[in-house]
Design a protein around this ligand. Structure first.
Ligand code: FES
Ligand SMILES: [Fe+2]
Length: 413
């Protein structure tokens, strides 16, 4: 309760249009409440359907204190479970990804079916009811090739998001693409700094020479206002919509997610050094329109994403501790695109590997600075940092709602 009171006071004490107070970036008790009110309460992007094409294919991840297992079952459905054995609690799957006929705990070999049922527990004396000891399920949904989980006992509505996402993403066939490369980096910064940095391009020209060759720095592109008034963007939307590609700016009523399709600079079609496609084969057989720009999405607190004509890039943000954040980036291409023939991993990944590393350094310096007792919240730039204001306002409102008991403070234990 003391921590909740501290958070409530800090939320009430923040200055609108200014960065959050120091404790939001460094305080372990507030970090724990970030988990409780946001990461254990909201839908989180975990990975792609195409990473688990066959029954038994799985991925694992850690969300705060929770080890989680996501697996495709025999019926083809992707399910999520707590990755903790019902015997004495060992983690069952330790690999980041893999494939299994059954889920076998390495400690004493209790074995679970892909739907979580306990199948085998050697020499357990009766009475013993395996039906009571299946893996604990976690809410899991798939939307347009993106897999989501929610740890809340009563997850918030997912259908509104799914039906908003579908028209933008369906043509791009992410569900049947393949991950050509993935990278995971650890940033020594609070997860909110990762997001704040993502939600503006005020920092792009001094820091991202590779990205700036193709990605426009315009405030209307990364922000949440002004896009429709920009003639270049309006012309792009009209041309794309005519080609059957949903493109206009759409944001949810609570500001948690946004979709929009933005033009790249000049004649660029992809995030490469030359602006030319990195992959010879288009990402989707259904999209042959040239220069479609980038379909930009964010979904707080775990996904931002760019879909281009030749490939897509998804970024998953997961907090590790008050001052550590893990960012996993995946580059998706057509499932039949051949490495070494249609694309080279180096060319495909060069711009975002460099950009991610530049962002990591920025965020780590930001963390060092906000950790100083001398730090006081400074003003956001009204023109360039509208997206950041929108993010911190979403965080504050989501936390306040949860504290007030209107959101979920309880989660599946
Ligand atoms: S802890 Fe899993 S089988 Fe014993
Ligand atoms: Fe950046």
């Amino acid at each position: 309760m003391r921590a909740q009171q501290k958070l409530f006071t800090a939320l009430r004490g923040r200055r609108p249009g200014h960065t959050l107070p120091r404790e939001f970036y460094v305080d372990p008790e507030i970090y724990q409440l970030d988990l409780e009110t946001i990461f254990y309460a909201q839908w989180l992007f975990v990975g792609h359907d195409c990473e688990m094409p066959r029954p038994g294919d799985f991925i694992t991840l850690q969300v705060g204190a929770y080890p989680i297992l996501v697996v495709r079952d025999r019926g083809g459905r992707v399910r999520a479970f707590h990755n903790t054995c019902r015997h004495r609690g060992s983690r069952i799957c330790s690999a980041a990804k893999g494939s299994a006929v059954r889920l076998v705990c390495p400690y004493h070999n209790w074995s679970y079916d892909l739907d979580g049922r306990l199948l085998f527990a050697r020499d357990m004396e009766k009475p013993f009811d395996p039906k009571e000891l299946g893996l604990k399920p976690i809410a899991c949904e798939s939307a347009a090739g993106y897999v989501w989980i929610c740890l809340a006992a009563e997850p918030p509505d997912f259908e509104t998001f799914r039906s908003a996402m579908q028209p933008y993403f369906a043509p791009h066939a992410i569900g049947s693409a393949k991950v050509a490369f993935e990278s995971t980096i650890l940033e020594n910064g609070n997860w909110k700094l990762t997001w704040e940095n993502n939600r503006e391009c005020y920092h792009c020209s001094p820091n991202h020479p590779e990205l700036c060759r193709t990605f426009p720095e315009a405030a209307a592109i990364s922000g949440v206002s002004g896009a429709a008034e920009d003639p270049l963007i309006a012309e792009h939307w009209a041309r794309m919509e005519q080609a059957g590609l949903a493109s206009g700016f759409k944001i949810s009523s609570d500001g948690q997610y946004r979709f929009t399709r933005m033009p790249l600079l000049d004649d660029a079609t992809s995030y490469t050094m030359s602006g030319a496609p990195a992959v010879a084969r288009p990402l989707s057989d259904k999209v042959s329109t040239p220069a479609i720009g980038a379909l930009l999405t964010f979904h707080y607190p775990s996904l931002w994403n760019h879909v281009l004509g030749d490939h897509a890039v998804s970024f998953r943000v997961l907090p590790v501790g008050p001052t550590q954040t893990r960012v996993t980036t995946k580059w998706l291409v057509h499932a039949e695109a051949v490495e070494g023939v249609d694309y080279s991993v180096e060319e495909l990944t060069k711009v975002w590997i460099a950009t991610n590393d530049q962002d990591r350094r920025i965020i780590e310096e930001n963390q060092r600075g906000v950790a100083s007792p001398a730090f006081e919240p400074g003003p956001y730039n009204k023109l360039h940092e509208g997206g950041v204001v929108q993010f911190v306002d979403w965080c504050a409102a989501t936390m306040e709602r949860a504290l007030a008991g209107q959101g979920a403070l309880t989660h599946v234990a």
